[in-house]
Design a protein around this ligand. Structure first.
Ligand code: E4P
Length: 218
């Protein structure tokens, strides 16, 4: 399973990249705003900075909602760097744009996926990735992981190439369940990635090994 980090924070991106297990980055307008990145040129520059840190797909989201606007914005984003993936909202104008981008070899991430039907038409349009939002479904007492399983089944039935990019991941168990279900990618907060490494028996076992080494060598 590929690990992406879900942030526009450069320190977190560098820290995750330094672990050596990072495959890509996702951002969205809210994550950019959280880092104080505003203004069209600053946002474009920030995408390039991220691309220069991580050698893998970097999702950059359009803010247009009409076909022509999405295409114009997406083509400009794609021209920034070879690793840019144009993030397009799951709306009918977005589906048309994904089809257009697909025919031009521009990679896309169809975002705000909350149902299997949405995942199906995004794959039909040729999306490179689709982003089902697990946490936001859980937040409304629905089951985000059930959606991942449903989409995995549909994509496997027809051998769609579109990759399932589990998004809105909130904690390490989301990542583990996504791996069990065969999600191609999980995009995660740094905290959730780091939490995968934690186990109290590892900590106590290591402390004992080090203490015994000290005893034997003092
Ligand atoms: C990533 O592509 C999504 O934009 C992100 O995971 C949304 O996460 P949130 O529901 O925590 O805002």
């Amino acid at each position: 399973m590929k690990f992406f980090i879900d942030t526009a924070n450069l320190a977190e991106i560098k820290e995750a990249n330094d672990l050596g297990i990072l495959d890509g980055v996702t951002t969205n307008p809210s994550l950019m705003a959280k880092e104080g990145i505003t203004g069209a040129q600053n946002i474009l520059d920030h995408y390039v900075t991220i691309c220069n840190i991580v050698d893998g797909p970097v999702s950059a989201e359009v803010i247009s909602t009409d076909f022509e606007g999405i295409v114009r914005e997406g083509e400009a984003l794609a021209a920034l760097h070879k690793n840019i993936v144009v993030k397009v909202p799951m709306i009918l104008e977005g589906i048309k744009a994904i089809k257009h981008f697909s025919s031009k070899g521009i990679k896309t991430n169809c975002t705000l996926i909350f149902s299997a039907g949405q995942a199906l038409i995004a794959a039909k349009a040729g999306a490179t990735f689709i982003s089902p939002f697990l946490g936001r479904l859980d937040d409304i007492s629905s089951n985000g992981l059930d959606l991942i399983a449903q989409i995995r089944g549909i994509y496997d039935n027809y051998a769609f190439d579109t990759e399932i990019l589990a998004a809105s991941v909130r904690h390490p168990m989301h990542i583990i369940h996504c791996a069990e279900l065969g999600s191609d990618v999980a995009t995660c907060p740094l905290k959730a990635i780091k939490a995968l490494a934690n186990h109290p028996l590892t900590d106590s076992g290591l402390a004992k090994f080090l203490a015994d080494y000290e005893k034997g060598n003092s």
